[in-house]
Design a protein around this ligand. Sequence first.
Ligand SMILES: *Cc1c(COP(=O)(O)O)cnc(C)c1O
Length: 422
Amino acid sequence: MANSKDGFFDRYGGKYVAEVLRRPLDELEVAFKHYMADKDFIDELNTIRRDYIGRETPLYYAPTATKILGGAQIYIKLEGLANTGAHKINNAIGQCLLAKKMGKKRIIAETGAGQHGLATAAACAKLGLDCTIYMGEIDVKRQQPNVATMELYGAKVHPVTSGSRTLKDAVNEAMRDWAAHPDTTHYVLGSALGPAPFPDIVREFQSVIGYEVKQQCAERNIDIGAMVACVGGGSNAIGFFSPFVDEKEPRLIGAEAGGIGPGIGENASRMTGNASREGIVQGYKSRFLLDEDGQALPTRSISAGLDYMGIGPQLAALGASGRVEFTSILDKEALEAISFFAKNEGILFAMESAHAGAAAMKIARELPKNKAVIINMSGRGDKDLFITSPVFRRDEWISFLKAEVERLESDKEIHSSKIMGE
Ligand SMILES: *Cc1c(COP(=O)(O)O)cnc(C)c1O
């Protein structure tokens, strides 16, 4: 089951949108099919992947982790080495190049924690496109480092003040903008979800991860027992799994955010959690965390990228059919996995990817030594210092932040007007 059938993956997916969005979605679908069959487009995309993103990314054998865990061989797909630090650039570059070919001059995108906004802003800078990022006002305040980086790339960050002022509202605002400016503007959706054709488009641009793994394993005679990815909206997971979903093997495992426990509001477990329900939200049918009246429930995770109430429709379908297994990883287990791979392999996982690392540590022990477990390290952990430091060394981090504020307030020399000569 690679492609959707008229936008559906079994019972999930679809295009539940207002009339004004039908035309831009239909146009996008036609253009996507056209360019994916166009050799010049694919050549240009592959050149950008190689020279700008830094593909292919390495498939790293982790000898110490393998030895300590004592089961299957551990391999790590280092997506975190991609330019901008995570897999999100694969989709951002693909969609922005497509938009440029379609003659669009302006790109909009939603962002929650800021990682998708950052990747889209970088892709627009690289391709010379005008870029506006919609971001909930609360997220803008919480994620200043990412806002600053988006602005460095030349993007305009538009704080969204409606509703709960977070990701959900940023998506609504981006949809509204797109409906009002479909001729000039393309909306780069950030994960493998939303109304058709986005789940197909995002999966195809992310499937470069899975095809590289398939080739790397074939060249090195690696016998894959299981592949493990973390699942927020599901783009890194479905891209990593996609060349394998129509085959019986290997086992494909998605790791959801288990947060602090199984209670309502304590996690973001859309497939394995107590509040998992089928619904139609933001243009597509899938599994969501909803109450009995179909209202969105609060979610919780230490990892901003996994803290989302919905999951992409293709993964929901693959979960229902049993082809993809789901497990949920607690915040605590993800933090332990970060320490484990940092100390034993010199590899720093992003908080999100550490959920896959933690799941793989459990699975490796159950598998024989001649099999491999492949972890998709969707991103690197440098971005998470503000989350991990308060956990691992709280007091030192507080003193550091206080000292930084004092230094900035007292040191007038550092004032930007002097440095920038304004
Ligand atoms: C955004 C993000 C995720 C979650 O998004 P998916 O669409 O589920 O892949 C996972 N890992 C990293 C590093 C991210 O930035």
